[in-house]
Structures are given as structure tokens and as C-alpha cells.
Design a protein around this ligand. Structure first.
Ligand code: G3P
Length: 495
């Protein structure tokens, strides 16, 4: 480990879908503190999900200030790392930094018709070859194209309009005007050619209706992109670690060698297998994405994105009033011998990998008078394992057999769900004792960018902590019956 002993703490800004969180780490990866604020979710209509970027910025500022105080001042902070909900797009005024429109969240389906038309016109294969992604409203490009067509204020802003994903907006505000995006986030826009030189691709931008001058410059994930405006925190702190939250979690779990796989159960569930420096190609509806770029060296991952995981439990609690708190789901699942024939297909915002059906609607099937809320809660938790199993099959068909699975995210605290995951996948599941892998991954990137470690692999080796293993224990017949039940419930939803 190298560097100035005074400034060896790292602050991570973890900008998730439902909350802004900052964490303070020692250079050895030990967490020293955290601050958190909820982010309001706006649902202006079916399929529409928006955030207020000004609220995100205010929350980031407040939470970062708390960590700077805990660190003992800006002089004690070697670097800031940023990790974020991906694909969400922010539109802002370059002269003021103020948002010009709502941020369109990754879950938003408003560009579904545009994507369907492009698919119909036969563009998907070419889009996938360049971007690694399929045509779906999930990705940023079609959201930006939709906004430019429908929000006149963006045209009125002319040259003042800047567009970017959440990390890009935060860097702009933190530095007072640097407009960049790291390669892992850029790879989720569907506007980047992830092959070769790796820049914005003129054909993809034209297809999705996005003029390139609006977009940030693409940088590496450990590149020092600027320093914080001294007026914000009483010092100029380097920002030198950035990655989308799922890539950051993969790094935080030290899944850097080809085949190493992690699953994060946050708002959604995202499973990534590291592919090394050779870009993967999926024939089974998975995504090829940039895992990390150090300098000019890019490495990739194969990804399966499931849109609904923790948000299902939140919906059972807030939407249906079935649970008093998320933790209650574990006790309810344990209180019944089995799911009682109940299956919950959580297509609350369409279905992602491997189905890619933005039009799919959620369903609870197998209900009878014998059904209790415990069966529904259990079905909701079981759905996590079934969705992961569907991805396991798709990864295997693409030639990536998981040897074990490292998991993290808020839902991973639920021991019943983790054991069920091991049982249904018939695989050893490993959960780190410090489950904030996303923040830890961003800390590893920032520590590398700040020169505290010679490279990311060394940072990951030194900063990763201990883990607990869950081994499969379900009888094969029971597993088969449960998976068959899921497949028939899923088939009804897919129609
Ligand atoms: O691609 C969307 C993803 O980045 C959202 O992450 O943690 O909010 O589920 P999370």
C-alpha cells in the first residue's frame, strides 16, 4: 500500500434506485461509517418511473458532508468513488447544473413502442453486435431519444443541454462542470460500441435519435476525472473511481477472473459473470457489458438482468400491505411447510433477461381458500431463486457454467432466501459478511485510482473480507417439482 498516510480514507457515493448512500472506508476496505437518505420514486403513469435529479444531488451533498466530517475533514480523504443505478438518464443545464426535466429511471418503459419498432425493422442483431445489449426500453439510449422527441424544453435549452447517467451528473455537480461517464456506465446506454476503441457509436446514436454532442466523454473506471469544487467540502478531493452499481458489486466480490459470478439482490437482481478481456457474445438473450476499464484496458462481463427482486417485497409491504416490514417475509416463509402451490411471477415492470418482455404483467397463481399471506410471501421469496435458475440455464447455454455464486444486496440478509437459492440452483452460494459489495467495489476502484494499490486486482485481494457459505440441501425430486410449477406459472405470464 502506498500514499499519504493522512489521506488514506475513501468516500464512496452509492447512488441506488431507492436511496442515496455514502460510506467511509479505510484503505484496507474496513467500513468506518455511512449515511443514507431515501430517494422519492415518482410513478406518473403505468410503466413510468421518474426521479428528481435535484433531490439526488441534495441528498448526495448532505450524505457526503457527513462522511467528510467523520473522516476528520477533506484532507483525510484520498479519493471519492461513485457507483450508481445504471441506465437512468438525467437532462441538465450546463451553465447552472440544474435539471431540465425529470430523470427517467431504468425501470421506465416509456420507449417500449420505439424499441419494438426498431426490433420489427430488424435492427436488433446489429445493435447487439455493437452495444452487447438487446432492444428494450431498459437502456438509456431509447429513453434519451424519447425525451428529445417529447420534451420541448430540452430543445429550447440548445447548447446548454447536457445528458448523462447518474454518475455523470454527480461528477458534473461535484467538480463544477466536468462532463464524463465511465466505460461501465456508458456501456449501458446502448450508444457505445463496446468493441475496439470503445467510443460513442455514430450509427447507434443516429438509430436512437441521440446527437453525440450532448453526451459525456467516456473515461476509464479508475481514471482521475477531476477534483471536488473546494467550496463544497472545504478541500479538493480527487474523484477517481466510478462504475455502475452492478459492475461495482462484481468487483467488490472480487469476481475478476473469467467465470467468477455474482448476483446482487437489490431493487432488481443482476447476475454478472466476469469474461476477461474478450468481449462475450450471447446467443441466449443475455447481455455483454463492460465490467471495468483500467486505463485503456477493458474487461467484460456476461449479464442477466432481472428487474424485480427487493422491489417485490417493498410492493408486498407498501402496495398490498401484506407485510409490516421486509424482514417479516423470512418468518412468514419459514412458517409454512411449502408454497402451497402458489407461484408469483414478479413481472411488475415487464420481464428482463432472458425473456425481454416489457409488456408482461405479474401474476400470482395457484390460489385457493387454503392460501394464506405466508404462502404469498414464500412464493415471492421463491421467485428470486426461480428467476436465478432461469438465468443459470441461459448462462450455461452460452457456455458459462457457474461453479458457485457470490451474492449480496439488501435481500441477501434473508437467510431463508439464500438457502433456498442454494437449493434451487443446486449450487454453493457464498455471502460476504460485509454485504455492501457495491460500495466496496467502488472503494476498490477509488483506492486504485488514488494510487493506494498498483492495480484493481491487488485492491480487491487486500480489501475483500470474509464470507459465509450455503450449500444445497434440497431433495432432487422436490426441486424438480418446484421448478416445473414455476415454469408453468411463467408460461401463463408469457402467453
Ligand atoms: O441496471 C439497474 C441497476 O443498476 C439498479 O440497481 O441496486 O437499484 O437494483 P439497484
Amino acid at each position: 500500500m502506498r500514499g499519504n498516510a493522512l489521506a488514506e480514507k475513501i468516500i464512496v457515493i452509492d447512488e441506488g434506485t431507492t436511496s442515496t448512500r455514502t460510506m467511509l472506508f479505510g484503505a484496507d476496505g474496513i467500513p468506518l461509517g455511512s449515511a443514507q437518505r431515501e430517494i422519492r420514486q415518482h410513478y406518473p403513469g403505468p410503466g413510468l418511473v421518474e426521479h428528481d435529479a435535484a433531490e439526488i444531488w441534495e441528498a448526495t451533498l448532505a450524505c457526503t458532508r457527513e462522511m467528510i466530517t467523520q473522516a476528520g475533514g477533506a484532507d483525510h480523504v484520498a479519493a471519492i468513488g461513485i457507483t450508481n443505478q445504471r441506465e437512468t438518464v438525467v437532462f441538465w443545464d450546463r451553465t447552472t447544473g440544474e435539471p431540465l426535466a425529470p430523470a427517467i429511471v431504468w425501470q421506465d418503459r416509456r420507449s417500449a413502442a420505439d424499441c419494438a419498432a426498431l426490433k420489427e425493422a430488424g435492427h436488433e442483431r446489429a445493435v447487439q453486435a455493437k452495444s452487447g445489449l438487446l432492444l428494450d426500453p431498459y437502456f438509456s439510449g431509447s429513453k434519451i431519444g424519447w425525451a428529445l422527441k417529447n420534451w420541448p424544453q430540452l430543445h429550447e435549452a440548445n447548447d446548454r443541454l447536457a445528458v448523462g447517467t447518474v454518475e455523470s451528473y454527480l461528477v458534473f455537480r461535484l467538480t463544477g462542470g466536468v462532463h464524463v461517464s465511465d466505460a461501465s456506465n456508458a456501456s449501458r446506454t446502448q450508444l457505445m460500441d463496446i468493441n475496439g476503441a470503445g467510443g460513442w457509436d455514430a450509427d447507434l446514436c443516429a438509430l436512437l435519435g441521440v446527437p453525440t454532442p450532448l453526451l459525456p466523454e467516456i473515461t476509464g473506471c479508475t481514471t482521475r476525472v477531476g477534483t471536488t469544487d473546494p467550496a463544497l467540502f472545504g478541500g479538493a478531493i480527487p474523484i477517481c473511481g466510478m462504475a455502475g452499481d452492478q459492475q461495482a458489486a462484481t468487483i467488490g466480490q472480487a469476481c475478476l477472473s473469467p467465470g467468477q459470478t455474482k448476483a446482487t439482490f437489490g431493487t432488481g437482481a443482476f447476475i454478472l459473470s466476469a469474461s476477461g478481456t474478450v468481449r462475450p457474445v450471447s446467443n441466449h438473450r443475455l447481455l455483454a457489458t463492460v465490467l471495468v476499464q483500467e486505463g485503456d484496458v477493458r474487461s467484460y462481463a456476461l449479464e442477466g438482468s432481472v428487474f424485480v427482486a427487493g422491489s417485490l417485497i417493498k410492493w408486498l409491504r407498501d402496495g398490498l400491505g401484506l407485510l409490516a416490514n421486509a424482514g417479516e417475509s423470512e418468518g412468514l416463509a419459514r412458517s409454512v411447510a411449502d408454497n402451497g402451490g402458489v407461484y408469483l411471477v414478479p413481472a411488475l415492470t415487464g420481464l428482463g433477461a432472458p425473456h425481454w418482455r416489457p409488456d408482461a404483467l405479474a401474476a400470482i397463481s395457484g390460489l385457493s381458500f387454503a392460501t394464506t399471506k405466508a404462502h404469498v410471501a414464500r412464493a415471492a421469496l421463491e421467485a428470486q431463486a426461480y428467476q436465478a435458475q432461469d438465468l443459470k440455464s441461459a448462462f450455461a447455454a452460452d457456455g458459462v457454467d457457474w461453479a458457485e455464486l457470490r451474492i449480496d444486496g439488501g435481500m441477501a440478509a434473508n437467510d431463508w432466501m439464500v438457502q433456498d437459492l442454494a437449493d434451487v440452483l443446486n449450487l454453493t452460494v457464498e455471502r460476504p459478511d460485509f454485504v455492501e459489495s457495491t460500495a466496496l467495489g467502488a472503494a476498490m476502484l477509488a483506492a486504485t485510482g488514488a494510487g493506494l494499490y498498483p492495480d484493481l486486482a491487488s485492491a480487491a485481494a487486500s480489501m475483500r473480507g470474509t464470507a459465509t457459505r450455503f450449500t444445497p440441501a434440497l431433495e432432487p425430486e422436490k426441486r424438480k417439482t418446484r421448478l416445473a410449477g414455476w415454469q408453468s406459472a411463467l408460461a401463463k405470464v408469457l402467453g
